[in-house]
Design a protein around this ligand. Structure first.
Ligand code: GDD
Ligand code: MG
Length: 351
């Protein structure tokens, strides 16, 4: 018996302006016709029956999420009253699985990634679930890095485990390093990217949260006690508002010692930015990825996306991203796309 928990509460800010408030990346079709969330569920279905798939999302996104994946039982959709990042999400999901079903291995998975080799992915996920069932480990799937990406976590592989899982113990975990550090890791060959896909037993992750994030743990205990209470929603909100907001990567994975990684050559792409989309798309002979209606003259290595029918022409630009939506336009050099987040922050401040 095993469970899949999908984290679908993120805001996907780096795909602005296509992703807007209430319509983050996981609810958009970035590649293909289906939303990233739909694709995520479909790739898990051969491994998990629907009643063993859970979703965790925010109250603002919950209606859209439910509509997008109606086959998931409503009681399996956990709605966070406030966004408190992925450690809170992981903690509540662990409590929920433990309370309702027991200490069975669970996979905690993002809702907005692309995976090319699906069968192979499922076979590795199965191995990870078996490993987590048998041992008190926090297991991750690791990806061979191809560039000094600063938006990912890096995992230093240690000794191989003495079993058939293909896993290695993790010597160090570094979340979102600066560019110099990322370049050093890339050169060393013993580092993998953290895919953001984790596998563990509820008791094992909760013990790690207790140790490394005691303030979060305290609130999780209150949630556990609130199960069955007629005031559950109120108590849940109180607990969430008192929680620290920190990702599982910074909060637990960087600090824990019982971390293992399974290298996963699954043609993974987190589609974390317009740059990631540029990289996986097929390009014309000038290296451009353009919507069909875009007119270009001496444009090179650029991504120009128009989704709303406007006529767009570009002349003499290189290495640029231009995204035209009905009511917003992004113009940004490809190497500065990480800064799109700042725009979204600025917009949030303006309200
Ligand atoms: N329910 C819920 N609540 N889900 C959330 C929340 C939240 O508060 N915040 C984020 N999520 C979801 C997102 O929708 C996404 O599916 C997943 O959790 C990961 O969050 P991201 O915000 O996308 O994390 P990241 O991309 O910056 O970093 C993580 O993923 C990288 C690989 O893509 C880390 O795990 C990195 O170490 C990793 O390399
Ligand atoms: Mg991400």
């Amino acid at each position: 018996e095993a469970f899949a928990v999908i984290m679908a509460g993120g805001r996907g800010t780096r795909f602005w302006p296509r992703s807007r408030q209430g319509r983050p990346k996981q609810l958009l079709p970035i590649v293909g016709r289906e939303s990233m969330l739909r694709q995520t569920i479909d790739r898990l279905r051969p491994l998990f029956p629907v009643d063993k798939i859970l979703l965790v999302t925010g109250s603002d996104l919950a209606p859209e999420v439910r509509a997008e994946v109606p086959e998931i039982p409503p009681e399996n959709i956990l709605v966070e009253p406030l966004a408190r990042s992925t450690a809170a999400c992981a903690g509540w999901a662990a409590i929920h699985v433990l309370k309702n079903w027991g200490d069975h291995p669970m996979a905690l998975l993002p809702s907005d990634h692309l995976i090319g080799r699906q069968d192979f992915f499922r076979s590795l996920l199965k191995k990870a679930l078996e490993l987590a069932r048998d041992r008190a480990l926090l297991v991750t799937l690791g990806i061979q890095p191809t560039r000094p990406e600063t938006g990912y976590g890096y995992i230093e592989m240690g000794e191989p485990l003495e079993d058939r899982s293909g896993a290695f113990m993790v010597r160090a975990f570094k979340e979102k390093p600066d560019l110099d550090t990322a370049q050093r890791y890339l050169a060393q060959k013993t580092f993998l990217w953290n895919s953001g896909m984790f596998v563990w037993r509820p008791s094992v992750i909760l013990e790690a949260i207790e140790k490394y994030m005691p303030e979060l743990y305290e609130q999780l205990l209150l949630i556990e006690k609130a199960y069955g209470s007629p005031h559950f929603d109120h108590l849940l909100r109180e607990a969430f508002s008192a929680m620290p907001s920190m990702s599982i990567d910074y909060g637990v994975m960087e600090r824990a010692r019982n971390v293992a990684v399974i290298p996963a050559d699954i043609h993974w792409n987190d589609l974390g930015s317009w740059e990631a989309l540029y990289e996986i798309s097929s390009k014309d002979d000038q290296g451009n990825v353009c919507s069909p209606e875009v007119i270009t003259h001496e444009v090179r290595d650029s991504l120009i996306q128009v989704s709303s029918g406007q006529l767009v022409a570009a002349i003499g630009i290189e290495g640029m991203v231009v995204v035209v939506e009905k009511d917003a336009v992004l113009i940004c050099p490809r190497e500065r796309l990480q800064e799109v987040r700042q725009v979204v922050k600025e917009l949030e401040k303006r309200g």
